[in-house]
Design a protein around this ligand. Structure first.
Ligand SMILES: [Zn+2]
Length: 250
């Protein structure tokens, strides 16, 4: 394929040898890629400080058929997003988004996924108040985009839509809600009670409609998201970045 140029977001960097860095990139045209930036750790490298996590730019690299690690020849910075580093909740949220993308994006190009991640990171930079709501909402947006949307209506047992004031249960394994009647007959073990307010706020988050709402059930929402990710996306283990986020939030 030879030399290619594509818009790209730096998800993660690793030091490699004394002088180089390996980058994990989400690119618009080539999906998830790894590239080595030779000499990037030298003081006078042409890459300078460009290759930091959450940065956007146009990456140019040599693609060799059958090789997983490409050689970066240039990176034209478009957006650095270093402001994320000035506040730990924003930084932790951006780390959560990039960790999920790193694990679940594929090498197939997905332009919408690439653009969505960029918009989510921009939102975390710019969000004015309700930062934790924004982190939870953008994380759900990414999960939905990756194909793991939870089913919040109707009940996955009987197919009935619950009344607005009805307490239901969230079935972590099934990835959806179940009503109280079905819960009594079901053998599902990983249920969390979902009070009406919690169900309403979860629906806002999953639909991307929470905006800057200060959620009454924010701690519940955070725990539910953590457990959902652990069940569905991370082999039953919480993600490192989620742990980091929880520590920042206390
Ligand atoms: Zn039911």
């Amino acid at each position: 394929m030879g030399l290619v140029s594509t818009p790209a977001t730096v998800l993660k960097t690793y030091e490699y040898s004394e002088t180089s860095k390996i980058l994990r990139l989400l690119t618009r045209d080539h999906g998830l890629c790894s590239a080595i930036a030779k000499g990037a750790r030298r003081p006078r490298s042409r890459f300078g400080g460009l290759l930091e996590p959450f940065s956007d730019g146009v990456a140019t690299f040599y693609v060799k058929e059958g090789r997983e690690l490409h050689t970066l020849s240039g990176f034209e910075l478009r957006r650095e997003r270093q402001a994320l580093g000035r506040e730990l909740v924003r930084y932790a949220g951006a780390g959560l988004l990039t960790e999920i993308a790193l694990r679940f994006a594929s090498s197939e190009p997905d332009r919408e996924l690439f653009e969505q991640l960029g918009r989510s990171l921009d939102r975390l930079v710019a969000q004015n108040g309700a930062v934790e709501t924004a982190v939870l909402e953008e994380t759900w947006r990414l999960i939905v985009r990756l194909g793991f949307a939870p089913a919040l209506d109707p009940c996955s047992g009987c197919g009935r839509s619950p009344a607005p004031d009805e307490t239901t249960h969230f079935d972590l394994v099934g990835g959806g809600i179940i009503c109280d009647g079905c819960r009594r007959e079901s053998a599902a073990l990983s249920l969390k009670a979902l009070a009406p307010r919690a169900r309403t706020e979860l629906a806002l988050l999953v639909a991307g409609a929470a905006d800057a709402t200060v959620l009454e059930t924010i701690r519940f929402q955070r725990n539910l998201l953590r457990d959902f990710i652990a069940y569905h996306l991370a082999d039953h283990r919480p993600l490192n970045s989620f742990h980091f986020l929880e520590q920042r939030l206390g």
